[in-house]
Every structure is written in C-alpha cells, then in structure tokens.
Design a protein around this ligand. Structure first.
Ligand SMILES: [Zn+2]
Length: 208
C-alpha cells in the first residue's frame, strides 16, 4: 500500500525518532477522501496503563506506545462523521468517547448505538447520558452476548477490533483496533449493523 496513512504507520515503526510526528494530528487535519485508502492499526497493552494518569491533559507522554496518541487518532475519526455514526459495542463506559459522541449529536449527526444489556446494567451511566441526549440505543436480554466492538462512520469508515470502549481497554488491556475504509469490509459491517438494529427492534422486550 502506498497511501499516505499507511506510509505514516510503517514509517513510525521503522524510525522511532520520528514516530510521534505522523500521529500528532489535529481533528481538522483528517479529511478522509472516499477513494483514499485508510488502514490503521493500534495496539494497547499494560505498557500504557500509567498513561491513564495524563488522560485529562489530552497530550501524549514520552511513552512510544502512549494510549493518548491512539485515542486521539480514534477520536479524530469519530469526529470526522458528516452524516451517520453506527456504534455496535459490547461495553461502552468511556466518558471521553461519550463526550465526542455528544458533540456529534449536537452537529445533528444521525447516531445509533447497539450495546449489550447485561454489560450496561453493570455500569449504565454513560449509556444513560447518551439516551438522555436523544440518541437511539438498542439492546437485548439474551443468554448470548452481543459481543461486537465496531463502529461505522458515514458508511465509509470502519473501526473494529478487540477493544471495548472503556478506559480499561485503552489503558492496560492487551487490545487492538483497526480503522479502514476498505469498502467490502465497511459494507459487511454496515449490513451486520442493520441486521442487528432490525432484530433488536423486533424483540421489544429486549430493547432497553
Ligand atoms: Zn502516555
């Protein structure tokens, strides 16, 4: 791959002295073009657990794996939404991300959230905040988990991986995130979202 984003990713691992440069990008600097390939991968681990202590500053530390860098990139993509944001995440408790979602709601982005009921019963506050903001949320009560962790932005960009949208996932767990606009993948996840969105609506007892 020879697109700009991919080059940045490879470059950052081949030359650690320069690795911060391509990652410190302000939200306004990302304007994904439909035909410009996006492929980014982020890994989280216990090596960045202490980075949680400087989360409020929103500035990365000297840790080459600082989670703030990855989170800023992640948030940048979220805020690039222009029309729709479909979120399908098992556990969504990260207030930082919820604040970004609320920003999008204020911009009149059409937002839908699917989550797992049992997970939100444990820590419901952030889901309640989203609901009170008027964001549609669907879930179900079932023996089987809705265990996905993905989001689709404008039906053009996919964010997926192992990570729930929690502080634990970004600051301590071994997790991964992939961000791509590879159209076959985006379409597949969009279709899966629509299936779940419809299925959970039909199961009225299961809707939160
Ligand atoms: Zn850090």
């Amino acid at each position: 791959m020879t697109n700009g984003v991919t080059i940045q990713y490879i470059y950052r691992y081949k030359n650690n002295k320069e690795y911060i440069k391509p990652l410190v990008i302000l939200p306004t600097e990302i304007k994904p073009k439909v035909k410009e390939p996006i492929i980014e991968v982020f890994f989280f681990s216990e090596n960045c657990a202490h980075c949680r202590t400087h989360l409020d500053s929103n500035f990365p530390c000297s840790n080459r794996n600082c989670s703030i860098l990855s989170l800023r990139r992640f948030v940048t993509y979220l805020l690039s939404s222009r029309r729709t944001l479909d979120i399908c995440v098992y556990f969504l408790t990260c207030s930082l991300i919820v604040k970004q979602i609320l920003k999008l709601k204020r911009r009149n982005i059409y937002i839908r959230v699917i989550t797992n009921k049992e997970a939100q019963d444990v820590e419901p506050m952030q889901i309640l905040i989203l609901r009170r903001a008027g964001i549609q949320i669907r879930s179900r009560k079932s023996t089987y988990l809705m265990h996905h962790k993905f989001a689709v932005i404008d039906n053009e960009i996919l964010i997926t991986g192992s990570a729930n949208w929690t502080l634990q996932a970004f600051f301590g767990n071994c997790e991964n995130l992939i961000i791509t606009n590879q159209c076959e993948l985006v379409q597949a996840y969009s279709l899966e979202f629509e299936k779940l969105w419809f299925r959970f609506r039909m199961n009225k007892k299961a809707v939160l």
